[in-house]
Each structure stands twice: as structure tokens, then as C-alpha cells.
Design a protein around this ligand. Sequence first.
Ligand code: ZN
Length: 80
Amino acid sequence: MGLPKRRCPNCGDTEQHFRHLRGAERAFALAQTLVPVHRAELDKYRRCTREGCVRVQSYFNWRSGFDLPDEFRTPPQTAA
Ligand SMILES: [Zn+2]
């Protein structure tokens, strides 16, 4: 079973795979105030897996979301 695909406004409104939040991402989601996230609802929030994208949004409502800060951005892979 693959990851669910959802519309990502940060990726030009294309369909992207979203995964569950990990430790530091969960902590940030609870601490930020742009989109209030209750601890009980944390599992509804998913992160876009496209490289370089820091979008986190509700699995059920793509409009309900926010960006993680730059330190969560995956560094671009450099070809050897
Ligand atoms: Zn994205």
C-alpha cells in the first residue's frame, strides 16, 4: 500500500504523497499557532514527501496546513 496522494499547494497544486509526522515535526506542529493542532488530531496531519517541500496539512482538508521552518527542508541531493 502506497502513501496517500493529496493536493499540495506548495508543489503547484499537484498531487503528492503525504506521510505521518515524525518527532520534531510533531513537536513543531503542536507549537506553531498558524493552524492550531490538537494533540489528539496530530495523526490527521501529514507532510508532503516531495524533496524540498515542507508542507504539512490535514489529511482531510488540504487547505488546513502550514509550512515547517527551513531546518526541516531536506537538503538537495548532490550528484557525486
Ligand atoms: Zn509539497
